[in-house]
Ligand binder design. Sequence first.
Ligand SMILES: Cc1cc2nc3c(=O)[nH]c(=O)nc-3n(C[C@H](O)[C@H](O)[C@H](O)COP(=O)(O)O)c2cc1C
Length: 183
Amino acid sequence: MNVLAISGSLRRNSLNSAALRACRDLAPDGMAIEIWEGLREIPPYDDDDFKANGFPAVVAGLREKIRAADAVIIATPEYNHSIPGVLKNAIDWVSRPPDVPFVRKSYAIFGASMGGMGTIRAQYHLRDMLLYFDAVVLNKPEVFIGAAHTKFGAGGELTDQPTRDILIQMLTALQAQTRALTS
Ligand SMILES: Cc1cc2nc3c(=O)[nH]c(=O)nc-3n(C[C@H](O)[C@H](O)[C@H](O)COP(=O)(O)O)c2cc1C
């Protein structure tokens, strides 16, 4: 099972990107996670530009990777009670027709923030956006990594055992959901 993982943060020491690296290490047997790194390259969405020139190469590449993946994991920071603009911008680009690759795909979403709420509000916005594509988003376990800066070591390694455990639960549930969807 091939899973594409997208972090909504551009920050070098991003806690969300670090959590995705942890997911890659914690993935159950039979699941391979590729972390996509192109978010910074995506230009601001401009409908005139899209109509004149189509998808930029970086967006076309992302659309292909989503299409080829069995499932997608999105780790989102919370910026002002929602998802970061760069992540929304990427979703806007990928969502343009034809053949929207988000449709009926299997997803897990989660997030990490330094505050206590662990991206609850951002994740519900993201879940709402994905519903538009008839996406199949894992309902449980919900993974809200609050006080995330206390849960990773200096090198970005995930040191908090309860967080490791719930990520394993999430990945196992994603594997089952994806098998059910694709069988
Ligand atoms: C513009 C901006 C807005 C933020 N708004 C929120 C917020 O609404 N809720 C929250 O819990 N944290 C908020 N934060 C703090 C982020 O959760 C924190 O910077 C987190 O580490 C970002 O994720 P990252 O480490 O993956 O980059 C905000 C940070 C920035 C830069």
